[in-house]
Design a protein around this ligand. Structure first.
Ligand SMILES: Cc1cc2nc3c(=O)[nH]c(=O)nc-3n(C[C@H](O)[C@H](O)[C@H](O)COP(=O)(O)OP(=O)(O)OC[C@H]3O[C@@H](n4cnc5c(N)ncnc54)[C@H](O)[C@@H]3O)c2cc1C
Length: 509
């Protein structure tokens, strides 16, 4: 019997035969994320534990037989993060319970395999919310995936990224003991998990945005907020295609409207034109669209305050933009004054921006930059696309941004990428260009968030990390994962002895 088969038998005894499989149809259905360039990758076995203790036992067995593990939540990753070639793919979605909603102290305790949709629906009944609503994939994506990917989503303009609402986690370390630790206030056996700092050094951060390399998150302690009852949506279209103006307006909105801003999104003109072209019932006359569209969502605890926010938004925008309605090119869309906010709106909004030309999927390159750098980043990105236009897969559209999303303070997410087909003869080409484009973004100062395999490796290739940082990263990981079992390949880390520096690529830019 191979060591994988022996491990299978031992894991089966712990979680039961229904929750482990090495059948081909199971391996096939877990072989991909939502990314066109990666080949299918089949794990040796799919395991679906139901408790932290079961996760810990599986980790012990994996250490005994030196079999690697990749954790997986909803599998909605866009960058090859939650699939595994060989080894154990650990699906955490059976760990989907809400353990506590504390309405007095505004926090909740959940198992990390619960989806955003399920958690928010329960919170909504109690008039509560997590503020940031998780990713556009939130009907299937999990809290564990959001924490591991430093996810942004609706509500991020006001409440920040998913790790910003996290006050601690319970984690199974990938060591031979399968140690179970907690972070935040929960490190104290006397305290409720109501705050993040003060009980010990802040180890929560070790596991945020780690793309499953440092531990397997089993529980999360999250902030909750009372829902804000009044929300309104307004659209404006700029009179010029000018990214410096986009920065100035974002900066001004932040200054004038502050906490009233729930979300500020900017849709570039090219994307508007593509969307207008896809509409089924087109109006007789095309609207004049010369610049990007601002989509501004404000929220307030009182209708009068909401009206003040809307007035302030109008004051900021009126010099450089005119009020706009999506109905001008899509008569089936709702007028902004009739719009109401719900989860379906939040979770369907981004789907159209993941690929603006279905059925292709994007090699996504979403990253963050300071808002003052939008113009420079757009220039660098467009110059790159023109210079290497012949190297992209045929008929692929590369976009600097399909949406620009304001985050707290003065930074923003540039949602973008280029699309490709999920077909064998385009994979190498797409993967090569994907890495090259990300290296370009890293070198103009872009900071990504979901890193998976393709982005974490490209950051290494761009030579962004100092040797001292790489040594520190490896030393910390080695303390937690001495047998190097958790999520190999990410960051071009193939073993602790492997010299990551050999993957640096000097591009001709
Ligand atoms: C249509 C669509 C819209 C999207 N919109 C957004 C968006 O608005 N914002 C955004 O940021 N992303 C978005 N994404 C990308 C992705 O879905 C999110 O980043 C999401 O948070 C991933 O969650 P998941 O549960 O599916 O994670 P998975 O894909 O299962 O895993 C993601 C990473 O986290 C690790 N991981 C998962 N669970 C755990 C755990 N419990 N412990 C340790 N590691 C773990 C995995 O190993 C992997 O590296 C979108 C994707 C799609 C397809």
């Amino acid at each position: 019997m191979s060591k994988a088969q022996t491990a299978y038998k031992e894991i089966e005894k712990i979680i039961g035969s229904e929750f482990i499989s090495d059948k081909n149809f199971m391996k096939a259905s877990y072989s991909r994320n939502v990314d066109p360039a990666f080949p299918d990758r089949w794990a040796d076995m799919i395991v679906r534990p139901e408790s932290t203790e079961e996760v810990s036992e599986i980790v012990k067995i994996a250490n005994k037989y030196k079999i690697h593990i990749v954790p997986r939540g909803g599998g909605a990753d866009l960058v090859g993060g939650s699939v595994s070639e060989g080894g154990i793919l650990m699906d955490l979605t059976r760990m989907n319970k809400i353990l506590e909603i504390n309405e007095n102290d505004y926090y909740c305790v959940v198992e990390c395999g619960i989806t955003w949709g399920a958690l928010l629906s329960e919170l909504h009944v109690k008039g509560l919310t997590t503020g940031v609503l998780g990713p556009g994939s939130g009907y299937s994506a999990t809290i564990g995936g959001g924490l591991s990917n430093s996810t942004a989503g609706f509500g991020s303009t006001k409440y920040g990224l998913v790790p910003d609402i996290c006050m601690g986690v319970e984690v199974v370390l990938p060591n031979p003991q399968g140690s179970i630790i907690r972070t935040g206030a929960a490190v104290s056996k006397y305290a409720k998990p109501f705050c993040r700092y003060g009980a010990a050094p802040d180890f929560t951060g070790l596991f945020m945005g780690d793309v499953g390399t440092m531990g397997i998150k089993t529980k999360a302690f999250l902030k909750v907020y009372p829902e804000t009852p009044y929300k309104a949506q307004r659209y404006y279209i700029l009179s010029k295609n000018d990214y410096t103006k986009v920065f100035e307006l974002m900066n001004q909105l932040r200054k004038e409207v502050r906490d009233g801003l729930h979300d500020v999104l900017v849709v570039p003109i090219i994307v508007l034109q593509l969307l207008a072209g896809m509409v089924e019932n087109k109006p007789a006359k095309r609207p004049r669209m010369k610049g990007p569209m601002f989509s501004i969502l404000v929220e307030a605890i009182d209708k009068r305050i909401l009206d003040v926010y809307l007035e302030k938004v109008d004051e900021v925008m009126k010099e450089d933009a005119r009020p706009f309605e999506l109905q001008e090119f899509d008569p089936s869309s709702t007028l902004s004054k009739d719009w109401t906010f719900n989860l379906e709106y939040a979770y369907h909004y981004f789907n159209k921006f993941i690929s603006v030309s279905p059925p292709k999927v994007s090699c996504t390159t979403c990253h963050k930059i300071p808002i003052s750098a939008i113009s420079e980043a757009a220039k660098a990105s467009i110059t790159f696309d023109i210079k290497y236009k012949d190297e992209f897969p045929a008929q692929s559209i590369s976009l600097f941004a399909s949406v620009i999303f304001l985050l707290p303070n003065g930074n923003c997410v540039i949602v973008g990428g280029f699309n490709a087909d999920n077909v064998d003869d385009q994979r190498d080409l797409s993967m090569k260009m994907w890495h090259k484009k990300i290296r370009n973004q890293v070198r103009y100062g872009g900071i990504h968030y979901w890193l998976g395999e393709s982005i974490s490796q490209s950051i290494v290739e761009a030579d962004a990390y100092t040797p001292e940082f790489i040594k520190f990263f490896k030393d910390v990981k080695k303390a937690l994962d001495p047998n190097f079992l958790l999520s190999p390949n990410k960051f071009h880390m193939y073993s602790y002895n492997h010299d990551i520096g050999q993957h640096i690529i000097k591009d001709d830019e």
